[in-house]
Design a protein around this ligand. Structure first.
Ligand SMILES: O=C(O)CCC(=O)C(=O)O
Ligand SMILES: [Fe+2]
Length: 404
């Protein structure tokens, strides 16, 4: 018997010895599927997952309810829609190989640092050059005793701010809209308390604990609402263009009509879709993202563009309640998912599993700069990065916010 399998079985038997079987009876349809794909033992059967790359050209899969729709005649880009979740689109390999490396570098080196908050800022005094740049300096420095230590922040009186194992918790927040905007804006957004008894740590050890970095409007995790009083962080222009191009690539008429004739906003998206917020999610191979709906944006129907980099993942997307069984979709490095329109933007979704050992070859070596890529390869070999970009306000809408 494979020693790793033996270890997993032993752990499984031990952890399930006193399990209360009645608990799982109350699981929603989403939770059941989530649990299935999260299971460490026995490892899940992936045969029911959908990998659009395996669908032959022009195919329509009844079992998976996925349809290939026509893309722009000038490009070989394939586009998949899901009529049972109108507004969901998968663009396989939308990001080319070089751009995937560029985005990986951007996420770690240029973005996960001040002024963009990360999950670690609450707990540590991060270096101004960013965790990644300090990590690069320390690995190029042969004298390990010179590695600076990052100091924890003074512990607060309680430890409610303890970092959790994933970037999200299972709490439903109130959906934002133009009507409740002022109330949500004025809801107090206290600073999260830092964890007690943390020890000073090296940047190299903290890189593995990086879970998210904010893009644009600042998100307040405690209330799960944006904190507009802080103003707006920068949005990378190339990322913005890439997301706008992804939205423009789709012929939305083939996605929404004739299913949702009363929804016509998509007609303006070529111009009106301008992202202004988002998050970069960093997943180590054991990390998961629980079922949730992203409903903090005032624009409740505008496209959310989600880019996958690194190892592949299982992405679950269901309906507007947890009682609808989600569709399991395999996302690979370079794939773009768009969630748009009133149904899809309110659909529960999550990432129950990262698939280790699925790093594509073009993220192993950078033919243009082999040396520089080495530390990025080392990181991404055991990780997945998701760049999740949203539009909080409709274009031209000036929110009633005093300048910070
Ligand atoms: O990692 C992913 O593919 C999804 C991330 C996500 O749903 C989110 O950041 O809201
Ligand atoms: Fe999400």
């Amino acid at each position: 018997m494979d020693p790793n399998y033996k270890k997993l079985r032993k752990h499984y038997l031990k952890s399930t010895k006193n399990r209360d079987e009645s608990l799982s009876k109350d699981w929603s349809a989403f939770r059941r599927v989530e649990k299935k794909y999260m299971a460490r033992f026995p490892p899940p059967d992936l045969s029911a997952t959908l990998d659009v790359r395996n669908l032959s050209s022009g195919s329509e899969s009844k079992a998976t309810l996925c349809t290939e729709v026509a893309g722009p005649s000038s490009s070989p880009q394939r586009i998949f829609a899901f009529p049972h979740i109108p507004g969901l689109v998968v663009l396989p390999s939308f990001i080319d190989e070089q751009e995937q490396r560029r985005l990986t570098k951007w996420a770690l080196r240029d973005h996960a640092k001040s002024p963009n908050p990360t999950n670690l800022d609450i707990h540590y005094h991060l270096p101004p050059e960013g965790l990644w740049n300090q990590h690069l300096s320390s690995i190029s420095n042969t004298n390990t005793s010179d590695c600076p230590l990052i100091q924890p922040r003074a512990a607060s009186s309680d430890d409610r701010g303890k970092p959790t194992s994933g970037p999200r918790e299972l709490i439903d927040n109130e959906a934002a809209s133009e009507t409740n905007f002022t109330a949500l804006r004025d809801t107090p957004k206290p600073e999260a308390p830092s964890e007690a008894q943390l020890k000073p740590a090296t940047s190299t050890s903290l890189i593995a604990k990086l879970r998210w970095a904010n893009i644009g409007w600042y998100y307040h995790w405690g209330t799960k609402q944006y904190d507009f009083t802080r103003g707006k962080g920068p949005i990378n222009q190339e990322l913005e263009s890439l997301c706008r191009n992804a939205v423009r690539t789709v012929n939305w008429e083939t996605v929404f009509s004739p299913l949702e004739q009363e929804f016509t906003e998509w007609r303006d998206w070529d111009e009106s879709y301008v992202p202004d917020a988002g998050i970069v999610n960093f997943y180590q191979t054991k990390d998961t993202l629980m079922a949730h709906v992203d409903r903090s944006e005032v624009c409740a129907t505008s496209p959310l563009v989600s880019i996958s980099l690194g190892n592949s993942a299982i992405f679950l997307i269901g309906g507007t309640t947890r009682d609808e069984e989600p569709t399991p979709i395999i996302l690979h490095s370079g794939d773009v998912v768009i969630m748009a329109g009133p149904v899809c933007r309110r659909a529960y979704h999550g990432v129950p599993r990262i698939l280790p050992g699925t790093l594509p070859n073009h993220l192993v070596i950078d033919p243009d700069d082999e040396e520089e890529w080495v530390p990025y390869h080392k990181y991404i070999a055991n990780s997945r990065i998701n760049v999740n970009v949203r539009q909080v306000f409709p274009k031209g809408f000036t929110p009633p916010i005093a300048s910070p």
